[in-house]
Design a protein around this ligand. Structure first.
Ligand code: BGC
Length: 395
């Protein structure tokens, strides 16, 4: 018996601002020009021009799915203006994916906002979810014949943390009050988008359509017997991993649970017990077992789980394969233990712009040479391809 179901979705992800290049109408671009985020995305990977070549590589690598994000600031360049050519671009993107046998998994918001929206107060504005809905309505009505999986908002809490709590991402705020308000508005944006997408598909007689968010989940490990560490770890676990999911699930607005898993957090950080733990080159502990615990706990929602991101920043490609194979083993164990998992999407298809860390972190299955934008397949990509093709870990 093979490790993974026959119709399992295998693929890799990208996001618009990190790969496309020249996203000149969003808040990140603006912050980059003003020197507020350390690096400039510039042409990024020129994926906006080279998406066909990139999808061709994905298909050669045995993928049958691909996750990408639509850049809101390209679609709605002003509050009252939708750019039909840019809608045409993403229409071509989904048609190309379909033509290559890749199931499109489309993210509607991946950290960047149109500048006009940011200038109106962004996600602090009480009309923010209504603005988002107008964009969602427009793009979904065009792409719906080709798309079955939508991700409304990527990692709402990671966005809130960086943009409204520690202030490293635009709009560089440090306010618990604003963070709470923005979290509420993002949740509302999801609820409205969920209902809207269902309505559009119903009206057009299309479906079924599967909608979720991409929830970054982290495994919190109390690293000592100290009750204070236990308490801190369970509070972090509740507020970071479960609170928003519980809320969205209570409102019946999730058709599956989209999970992004990278790392674990030890409490306290500096506990000697974990001094030998391997880390990626950004310092994040590598902890596949944490994914198993989270997957088993996700069974409580009675919804399929879709891994929408999992990956490692490293300059040593053998480490990348170790990371991938360790996490895939965990998935096959979780499947055996009754978690319904429908797919695994790796982060990322190609090296890309890692936000305030620039281009140095390498997360790609495919290497990008930023001198000439040439792509080269990494060995880990070929090994992953064997698993995608066989649906089996062969070990
Ligand atoms: C984000 C990606 C990012 C990746 C690696 C995720 O939190 O969705 O945009 O590149 O992590 O940091």
């Amino acid at each position: 018996m093979s490790d993974f179901p026959k119709d399992f979705l295998w693929g890799a992800a990208t996001s618009s601002h990190q790969t496309e290049g020249n996203n000149i109408n969003n808040d990140w671009w603006d912050a980059e020009q003003k020197g507020r985020v350390g690096y400039k995305s510039g042409l990024a990977c020129r994926h906006y021009e080279f998406y066909k070549e990139d999808f061709n590589l994905a298909r050669q690598l045995g993928h049958n799915a691909h996750r990408f994000s639509v850049e809101w600031s390209r679609i709605q360049t002003k509050e009252d203006y939708f750019n039909i050519e840019e809608i045409g671009h993403y229409l071509d993107v989904v048609k190309t994916l379909k033509g290559q046998g890749l199931e499109p998994v489309v993210t509607l918001h991946h950290f960047t906002n149109p500048l006009w929206f940011a200038e109106l107060g962004g996600w602090e504005n009480k009309k923010s979810s209504a603005y988002f809905s107008s964009y969602v309505e427009k793009i979904v009505s065009h792409l719906c014949p080709y798309v079955r999986y939508w991700v409304t908002v990527n990692e709402p809490l990671i966005y809130v943390y960086h943009a409204y709590l520690i202030g490293t991402w635009p709009p560089h705020q440090k306010s618990i009050y604003k963070a709470k308000k923005v979290t509420r508005n993002l949740a509302l944006a999801h609820l409205k988008a969920y209902a809207l997408i269902k309505k559009i598909y119903a009206e057009k007689g299309l479906g079924p359509v599967h909608i979720s968010i991409a929830k970054n989940m982290r495994y919190f490990v109390p690293a000592s017997r100290n009750p204070f560490h236990y308490l801190t770890s369970s509070l972090k676990d509740y507020f970071f991993n479960w609170r928003l999911l519980n809320y969205l699930s209570r409102h019946k607005s999730l058709d599956f649970i989209g999970v992004n898993y990278y790392t674990a957090e030890f409490i306290p950080e500096n506990n000697m017990k974990f001094k030998n733990i391997r880390r990626n080159n950004l310092g994040w502990p590598i902890y596949p077992d944490g994914l198993l615990c989270l997957l088993l706990r996700l069974k409580r929602y009675n919804l399929p789980v879709f891994i929408l991101e999992n990956g490692i920043s490293t300059n040593d490609d053998r480490e990348r394969w170790d990371f991938i194979s360790a996490h895939l083993k965990i998935l096959s164990r979780a499947l055996r233990q009754g978690t319904d998992i429908i797919g695994y999407i790796h982060w990322s298809l190609i090296d890309n712009f890692e936000w305030d860390k620039g281009f140095a972190p390498r997360f790609g299955l495919i290497e990008v040479d930023y001198g000439n934008y040439r792509r080269s397949l990494r060995e880990s990509a070929r090994k992953f391809a064997e698993v995608c093709n066989a649906g089996d870990l062969k070990e």
